[in-house]
Design a protein around this ligand. Structure first.
Ligand code: PMP
Length: 452
């Protein structure tokens, strides 16, 4: 332990001196954990402390840590062919595209990039060019929802509906509009969930009409808002959004960056709602974060509009690393693991159990709502159950720290607006054992009770 402590101190000093961390600045009192090792749902830090990673990193390590098979295919592929740009092609890219297409209800073309943000940027550019080549060049506006996160680059951040993340970087890419998402917990008292959801969907229709329908290119949404606070719509909402998009010739882009690959108990989140998206974006669980890779899947009839008969119609977009051969090989093997171990079914069944078990937390005065689908849970904390006043950030910070002290990493919703970061989140690896889930539940109950 002595050696480990010195070892960790040295690393921490070098970390503080050289690494600019994401989102939070270096905190002397609570320096970032230096993660050394991962196995299944568990990670170990440089001091040897073990934690159940209840957030799968950043909602990403769906098949869990330490999969030798994934390391092996990456190794074999790198030896054979480390790289080919996607202006050319290679076997893993072809096989993965065929596989992903076979998992979707319709017929799609697969465009590779590196991250969720990239995949969404590609979707926006495709939507605009598609309309242009369809003789509707005035369609450039993209509608998304407040509270949803769609990425960090200037277009994807513009689509994001979380003001705190955005305002210091504005102006972002122009042409992005927002509407409120359904938040069933905070719907008007006495209103049925179905009616409330239909009204929220109609806000999209109103936005389209008031903005001049010929100017709207696309709607982008996650099937379930994840990082924005685990907001699960009633099916009527999603079907209605699809109907509205079809009525006005607006493309429906579904962001499956978190919801995809089993997170919500279906292979893709949109499959809960029986819709057929025009464009689907994927990242994170595609490779379980073993290597960076993302996909923009585009329905074939949209792709047809990019056939280059005049030398100007092709999609003028390239990125160096997208479709990296090892990343594609890892994604294929990752999907094999999901299938062989029936992890999507596991997410559905055990997710239901976990959610059921966590309903006990509602007995506490500061727990307003416990909601989820599959291995995705949101726990909304309030100051007052009648007014629904959001809990103060200090309460969330304390619970997160106490969970960590008890060996459980949990998360919270993103930087929406001041005062509304009051939702704790769970998104554990889909390979969690029964004991792992019991552990999550036991730690949460213990910590919540101690914070009452
Ligand atoms: N879409 C959603 C729904 C996300 O949660 C994220 C990342 N958290 C992104 C897009 C952006 O992905 P990346 O961080 O890989 O750019």
């Amino acid at each position: 332990m002595e050696r480990n402590d010195n070892f960790t101190n040295t690393l921490q000093q070098k970390d503080r001196a050289n690494v600019w961390h994401h989102i939070s600045m270096y905190n002397e009192k609570a320096p970032p954990m230096i993660v050394e090792h991962g196995e299944g749902a568990w990670i170990t830090d440089s001091v040897g402390n073990r934690f159940l990673d209840g957030m799968s990193g950043l909602w990403a390590v769906n098949v869990g840590y330490g999969r030798e098979r994934l390391a092996q295919v990456a190794y074999e592929q790198m030896k054979k062919l480390c790289y080919a740009p996607m202006t050319q092609s290679h076997q893993p890219a072809i096989q993965l595209a065929e596989k992903v297409n076979s998992l979707l209800e319709d017929d799609y073309m697969i465009f590779y990039s590196n991250s969720g943000s990239d995949a969404n940027e590609v979707a926006f550019k495709m939507a605009r060019q598609y309309h242009d080549q369809n003789g509707e060049g005035a369609r450039y506006k993209i509608i998304s929802r407040y509270r949803a996160y769609h990425g960090s680059s200037l277009g994807a951040l513009a689509a994001t509906g979380q003001a705190l993340r955005k305002y210091k970087y504005e102006p972002l890419a122009p042409g992005f509009l927002h509407v409120a998402p359904p938040d069933n917990y905070r719907r008007p008292k006495g209103q049925s969930i179905e009616l409330y959801n239909l009204e929220r969907a109609r806000e999209i229709e109103e936005k389209i009409i008031w903005e001049q329908k010929e100017t709207i290119a696309a709607v982008i949404m996650e099937p379930i808002i994840t990082g924005g606070g685990v907001l699960i719509p009633h099916p009527s909402y999603v079907k209605e959004v699809e109907r509205i998009c079809q009525k006005y010739g607006v493309l429906l882009i579904i962001d499956e960056v978190i919801c995809g690959f089993g997170r919500t108990g279906q292979l893709f989140g949109h499959q809960h709602f029986a819709i057929k998206p025009d464009i689907i974006t994927m990242a994170k669980g595609l490779t379980s974060a073993y290597l960076p890779l993302s996909i923009t899947a585009v329905r074939k009839d949209i792709y047809e509009k990019f056939k280059d008969t005049d030398g100007y119609s092709h999609f003028r977009h390239v990125n160096t690393f997208g479709g990296n051969p090892a990343a594609c090989a890892v994604a294929l093997e990752n999907i094999k693991i999901l299938e062989e171990e029936k992890l999507v079914q596991r997410s559905k069944d055990l997710g239901e159990q976990l959610l059921h078990d966590l309903q006990d937390l509602l007995e506490l005065p500061f727990v307003g709502d416990v909601r989820g689908l599959g291995f995705l849970v949101g726990i909304e904390l309030v100051e007052d159950k009648l007014t629904l006043e959001p809990a103060k950030p200090e309460r969330l910070a304390k619970i997160i720290a106490d969970c960590k002290a008890n060996g459980l990493v949990i998360g919270k919703n993103g930087d929406t607006v001041e005062g509304y970061n009051n939702i704790l989140t769970l998104s554990p690896p889909l390979c969690c054992t029964d004991e792992d889930l019991e552990f999550i539940s036991a730690v949460l109950k213990k910590v919540f009770a101690a914070n009452a």
